[in-house]
Design a binder for this molecule. Structure first.
Ligand SMILES: [Mg+2]
Length: 279
């Protein structure tokens, strides 16, 4: 009966939080009004309505400015190297050289399963070779210093903490990263109920298997999950391909034309309103 449907719909609405409503609710309500929706009197029918339950975030350039952090840590490490090994060989080095070495070593070790920390150490070894004085022990020492600086004053974007605090009241929050920015060392201890790093599983976003692993971590189906990240192919499109909702956080990159994420925002401030609209 339509009256029963409307009454039940109304009662259910009263017991839902005013904001944000479960995302599947709006569609279900509209479908019900059109006479094609679930039977609200049937728990089985209601339970089949997909409702967003968890939001996963990328880390680098989504929650924190890794590029700035990495360059700052390299510059401080280089200053320490110059103090340890004064001379033309080290004074002639710059951060761009170290980034170049890391890029080259990453290409050489691609597919070997090397961890990001081991990769960074191999890059320092390459930089020392560049100075004419190969020194594996010094490379290890530089890596330790880099990791020290790497987690000093992690520059969270200003919209991060307010957004996570608000969304955490309604959703499970997760981190799904191809990097190695540990939340507890990045000013975000205790925020995420699930943390998934690609290097722990040997596969990277946008591989849908990594999204499946994240879904299993929170015990939810793909249609109950949203992924938010700065990379259109890795985060937003990858999520869509895995059956999630994908949100591209475009903090100023150029608009691509070859891919189309389901949703796009320019700040995490826009995320709560988007989640309310999503169906
Ligand atoms: Mg990123």
């Amino acid at each position: 009966m339509n009256d029963t449907l409307a009454d039940t719909d109304f009662r259910r609405a009263r017991y839902l939080p005013s904001w944000p409503r479960p995302l599947g609710y709006r569609n279900a309500r509209l479908s019900a009004e059109a006479g094609a929706g679930p039977d609200w009197e049937s728990p089985t029918s209601w339970q089949t309505v997909p409702v967003i339950e968890a939001i996963f975030f990328d880390g680098d350039q989504t929650l924190w400015d890794f590029e700035t952090l990495m360059r700052r840590a390299l510059a401080r490490t280089l200053a320490e190297l110059r103090a340890l090994r004064p001379g033309d060989a080290t004074s002639g080095l710059n951060v761009e050289d170290m980034i170049f070495d890391r890029t080259v070593v990453a290409a050489e070790l691609n597919g070997t399963g090397v961890t990001l920390e081991a990769l960074r150490q191999a890059a320092f070894a390459r930089t020392l070779e560049r100075t004419g004085k190969p020194d594996p022990a010094m490379a290890s020492q530089l890596n330790e210093r880099y990791l020290h600086w790497r987690f000093i004053d992690v520059p969270l974007y200003p919209d991060v903490l307010p957004a996570l605090a608000l969304l955490g009241e309604r959703y499970q929050l997760g981190l799904l990263s191809n990097g190695n920015g540990y939340p507890e060392r990045s000013g975000l201890a205790g925020v995420f109920s699930a943390v998934v790093f690609s290097e722990q599983h040997g596969i990277e976003k946008p591989d849908r298997r990594l999204f499946n692993i994240a879904a299993a971590e929170v015990g939810l189906r793909a249609d109950q999950l949203v992924m938010v990240g700065d990379s259109l192919p890795n985060d937003a499109q990858g999520a869509c391909d895995a059956g999630w909702q994908g949100v591209w956080l475009n903090r100023g990159q150029q608009s691509p034309t070859e891919l189309s994420a389901t949703h796009a925002i320019t700040s995490l401030e826009d995320l709560p309103a988007l989640l309310e609209r999503l169906t």
